[in-house]
Design a protein around this ligand. Structure first.
Ligand code: FES
Ligand code: FE2
Length: 455
């Protein structure tokens, strides 16, 4: 019997996942500062996992390239004259000099500045000075740059240093289709910050794996979203190691008493944009969420949106994906906060934190107000890469509050007095993240965890 191809999903699956078996006990502080642990992570995770190196739009034309720092390595991604995107170690095979020094650019040929070897955009050695002087004959056409696995998906270029790695789709599992439905390849990067932080990379991923901190780190959110874990959905995708949170938005937290003026003021711009009068909700601000969903559904097309592939809750709520090992996506139909923590080359107590904001411009709009960033952005203005230390550049009002935590947390994690933490139930994603690290350190990357009933 002929098998029918399964149709691509048209909407994300909102069904809660059963909670996988999780470990208990302390999460050792040493994993945030121990050099041996850092070396084990390098061997078992960073050189094995699918990682986002950059944007597909950075390599739109043949000869476009960008480079990506990953620990001690630097990866070169280039679209060849044959139209294919490839990734290579950014290393000259002659005597090891870094080949490309620029962060991004356009080149028909890649020339090494040491002895002048030249490579084609497909990675082949095309020219060497004195080709007759090599014992084995002219190396051109025989040597190539060392290739790295590479796939283009959801608007990103993903790389993997492990030649035996599974396909990206297998690594992403159920979160791949969820990501694809947000059509991020049609969004524009309108904010691009890289901070060198004095904390271990896992502080970042831990932080975005829990919302327990919201009332204290982001107190303003109680006016516009539901902070209580009882109203949120947390999903752990075993064995892949990814996680999802769905948090109701466009309404004040149930625990909030009063502050109606603040609630209406914070939501005013969005309500007016969608043809709603904030004063209509003065008696019951909790009704905003449903009303906004109806308004967006009714007026989406006239405003230049296509919401047909979204559930109503995605029009107002906060859908947050953490993808193992180092990525977070806060997804909205009109934009995405994208976060990445990369390891420092040598120091476990430092890392690189990337924050990109993607804006989905409505059909025909050149300028758009990005609510998450609190700023108006322009489709035709390419975001500059802002690189520096913490405090030198803003990651937007919400993420800046997260960044302000980690230096002080790292100091505590380094203390002899830290006994490995004590997690709340709603921090299960943190536990799951560390359990996944442990599995990878043991070489069991896609090993199944036994499911147990949801709590
Ligand atoms: S190291 Fe590149 S040409 Fe010699
Ligand atoms: Fe936060």
């Amino acid at each position: 019997m002929a098998t029918r191809a399964r149709p691509a999903p048209t909407r994300i699956d909102l069904a809660p996942r059963p909670l996988p078996a999780l470990s208990g006990g302390p999460i050792d502080g040493r994993r945030y500062w121990c050099r041996d642990f850092m070396a084990r992570e390098w061997d078992a995770i960073w050189t094995r996992a699918w990682l986002i190196g950059g944007l597909a739009s950075q390599v739109a034309r043949p000869g476009d390239f960008f480079t990506y720092d990953l620990g001690r390595e630097n990866i070169l991604v280039i679209r060849g004259e044959d139209g294919r995107v490839r990734a290579f170690y950014n290393v000259c095979p002659h005597r090891g000099k870094r080949l490309v020094m620029a962060e991004e650019g356009q080149a028909r040929r890649l020339s090494c500045s040491y002895h002048g070897w030249r490579f084609t955009s497909t990675g082949d050695l095309g020219f060497v000075p004195c080709p007759e002087d090599f014992a084995g004959g002219n190396p051109c056409g025989k040597l190539r740059l060392e290739e790295v696995k590479c796939e283009v998906f959801a608007g990103f270029v993903w790389v993997n240093l492990d030649p035996a790695a599974p396909q990206l789709a297998d690594h992403l599992g159920p979160v791949g289709p969820q990501l694809a439905l947000y059509r991020m390849e049609q969004m524009h990067r309108t904010h691009w910050v890289t901070l060198e932080g004095d904390w271990n990379w896992k502080c970042v991923q831990d932080n975005f794996n829990e919302s327990y901190h919201l009332p204290f780190v982001h107190p303003q959110t109680r006016f516009v979203m539901e902070q209580s874990y009882r109203d949120c959905q947390f999903d752990l995708y075993a064995p892949h190691g990814h996680a999802r949170m769905i948090m109701p938005g466009a309404r004040p937290s149930r625990a909030l008493r009063g502050h109606v003026d603040t609630v209406l003021e914070m939501m005013r711009t969005e309500l007016v944009f969608w043809g709603l009068d904030p004063e209509d909700f003065r008696d019951d601000p909790s009704a905003i969420r449903a009303a906004l969903q109806v308004a967006k559904r009714a007026r989406g097309a006239e405003k230049g949106y296509d919401f047909s592939h979204f559930h109503d809750c995605q029009l107002t709520d906060h859908v947050h994906l953490t993808i193992f090992p180092n990525l977070s996506f806060s997804l909205k139909p009109d934009g995405c906060i994208w976060l990445r923590a990369d390891p420092h080359p040598t120091d476990p107590e430092r890392c690189y934190f990337d924050m990109w904001y993607f804006t989905w411009f409505p059909e025909g709009a050149q300028r758009y107000y990005a609510y998450s960033m609190g700023q108006e952005v322009d489709r035709t203005v390419r975001a500059p890469h802002q690189r520096g230390k913490v405090g030198e550049f803003s990651c937007g009002p919400g993420i800046d509050q997260d960044v302000a935590i980690w230096s002080e947390q790292q100091k505590g994690l380094r203390s002899r007095g830290y006994r490995g933490g004590h997690l709340a139930g709603q921090e299960a994603r943190v536990r799951f993240f560390h359990d996944t690290i442990d599995r990878w350190l043991e070489g069991q990357r896609l090993a199944s965890a036994a499911a147990r009933p949801a709590r």
